[in-house]
Design a protein around this ligand. Structure first.
Ligand code: IPD
Ligand code: CA
Ligand code: CA
Ligand code: CA
Length: 264
């Protein structure tokens, strides 16, 4: 299916940022790194990638608002559109030389996410989706996994790091999931956890305490690949709360149940 003009703008921004990330990944030991909190790093690579994406998006649509991880919020003048931008999702992986990271860009129109791009430049994997038009990996149509039995399923999740999140809740959840499933992965980039759920590599995924820039693009991908997305109570509003559950219909259902049991 031909891409719309707006999706092309997003693809251009993400692939240009990806080239910058690849250059910096090759020189990772020389990068300037600082901390936003105890385990929360930001590097010159994050900033360079964000500068590239911001410039591309503003050049193409100067009136749209922006919600960006590193440079914050820019209010738009059109009042209808906002970009959600994570220039480098998976900074900790990146800084450790682990090639699982991506740029993530989503477009919100009148409160709904309508277009998404996630690009992993190391694997050269470009994920795209538009509302009502399906999800794609490098132009191949995506479909969530077909598995329905919990013991066959592999789930992705995120674990809180030093100084952030509820460590006790994470341990309780893992204790409930581990005896029931084929495997649990902590890949280190929420956008890719969702993209991999859309592509069926993961059967499902859950995580808490995220931000809109981590999950706005990936959740549209999962929905457009035929998956289900909600917060841990089965409600919408995950973009605001930052707690998200995604998967095929069965995985989504199993994860909601296990999270409820873990809450006690
Ligand atoms: C992080 C990643 C990670 C998730 C963290 C996020 P960042 O984003 O998505 O998988 O567990 O909570 O903050 O900081 O690398 O863009
Ligand atoms: Ca970060
Ligand atoms: Ca992120
Ligand atoms: Ca980031």
């Amino acid at each position: 299916m031909a891409r719309t003009a707006i999706l092309n703008v997003m693809v251009q921004a993400a692939t240009k940022a990806g080239r910058s990330l690849i250059r910096d990944f090759g020189e990772v030991e020389n990068l300037q790194v600082s901390r936003k909190g105890p385990g929360d790093f930001v590097s010159a690579a994050d900033r360079r990638a964000e500068d590239i994406i911001r410039a591309e998006l503003i050049k193409a649509r100067p009136n749209f608002g922006l919600v960006m991880e590193e440079s914050g919020v820019i209010e738009g003048t059109d009042g209808q559109h906002r970009w959600h931008v994570d220039p480098l999702d998976g900074t900790t992986n990146f800084l450790h030389g682990i090639p699982i990271f991506a740029s993530s860009i989503a477009l919100e129109r009148q409160g709904q996410i309508v277009a998404a791009v996630i690009f992993n430049p190391v694997m050269d994997e470009l994920y795209t989706a538009e509302k009502g038009r399906g999800a794609f990996l490098n132009d191949r149509r995506l479909r969530v996994a077909g598995r329905s039995e919990l013991p066959e399923m592999v789930f992705g999740t995120g674990l809180p790091f030093i100084g952030k999140g509820d460590h006790g809740r994470a341990l309780k959840e893992l204790r409930h999931f581990m005896p029931e499933v084929a495997g649990i992965r902590r890949c280190g980039a929420a956008s890719l956890d969702l993209a991999w759920t859309a592509s069926g590599r993961l059967d499902g995924y859950w995580e808490h305490d995220l931000n809109s820039w981590d999950i706005a693009a990936g959740t549209l991908l999962v929905k457009e690949a035929g998956g289900w997305v909600s917060d841990p109570d089965g409600k919408q509003g995950f973009l605001e709360s930052g707690s998200v559950v995604a998967g095929n219909e069965y995985a989504h259902h199993h994860i909601l149940r296990l999270l409820k049991e873990a809450r006690g």
